[in-house]
Design a binder for this molecule. Sequence first.
Ligand code: SF4
Ligand code: SF4
Length: 381
Amino acid sequence: MTDKVQFYIDIVGSCNLRCPSCPKGNSSHVENSSGVMSLDLLDQILLKAKSEYNVESINLYNWTEPFVHPKLPEAIRLVHNHGLACGISSNLSFAPRLKEVMDEKPEGFKVSLSGFNQAVYERSHSGGDIEKVKENIELLARLWKENGQFTYVEVNFHRYLGNLDDELEMQRFVQGLGLNFTSVFASFCPLEKTLHLYDSSIGSPLTAADEKLLEILYLTPYDYIEIAKCVGKKYECARYTNQVVLNHLGQAQLCCVVYDETKYGVGNFLELSKAQLLDRRRKQDVCKSCCEINTNERSYTDEEMQAILKTTKRLKKDRFRQYYSKNQGLKELIFSDAEEMEQSLGASTAGQVIALEASLAAKDEQIRELRKLVEQAKNKK
Ligand code: SF4
Ligand code: SF4
């Protein structure tokens, strides 16, 4: 049996939001096509996919919002008619026909968001209405219970600097409805923008809006390039074989992390054999630069993982400190004790406290715990 393959199919060419961390919000200079995939085309794609690949699931999204498709429930039904599992991912700010979608019982349903209050949410989900999202999550939870909790529903919170209180509120809200809640450190897409920092012949430079977004990221593209330096390179990528990515016209794309289909589109899926498609993907020049900065999907040794985690932790901590230091009140609240200790106890003891602070920095409420520990350390002295 060949490797399992995830299909990511953008059944539309658009999204209702313009998130600054996503090419839909930060790459208007790229001329990707817009439109809606017909059910007939989807049917032909599914037939071919089944005949040539060991399909793990059909995900009706990559860079777009599936609810924009007027026939999303019918598209899910079609996937099921082919005997395949179906996943969708949505911002849920706009969810017409949500009941009919849930009636089709998709196997996976992910909701992505980044705030509980509008002022925080709209920094990173531009154009969305968090109150509408919450209303839709409540409806989703009700429908999920009605359909026997068949669908795996997950609300995924994108963590940015400054949205930790909102994360806790959202976690309480989502778990109170009985749904799964997860969080992830937000990243900056598409890959071309990061690669441009390494190889200026790829993509385009960061814009002023991009630089503004970087201010609230725990890890910026510059950080990723630095992290990549702590391990060796591997010129291989699992994405060639574990995924197939198509736009709404059925054009195959190199992989899920590049965006510009005029550059990284590799041909019509229906007209290419599996071997031809793989060959075209492997020949893309951009992959060499991608492997140079370790943004390819590859394996790491335990030692390499340790080095990555260590550097990642340090960089996140620096970013956290930098962000909160901008506000004098917060700086005093969070950092002044550690600085005082550094003078009175020496850098190494204070360093332990600061390291502890970094490990506790994941949530704002944990900072309060840190203050207690700093007090204890002072008393011991
Ligand atoms: S991140 Fe999702 S919701 Fe935001 S613009 Fe991109 S596709 Fe739309
Ligand atoms: S090497 Fe990079 S650009 Fe090429 S397929 Fe893998 S992730 Fe995509």
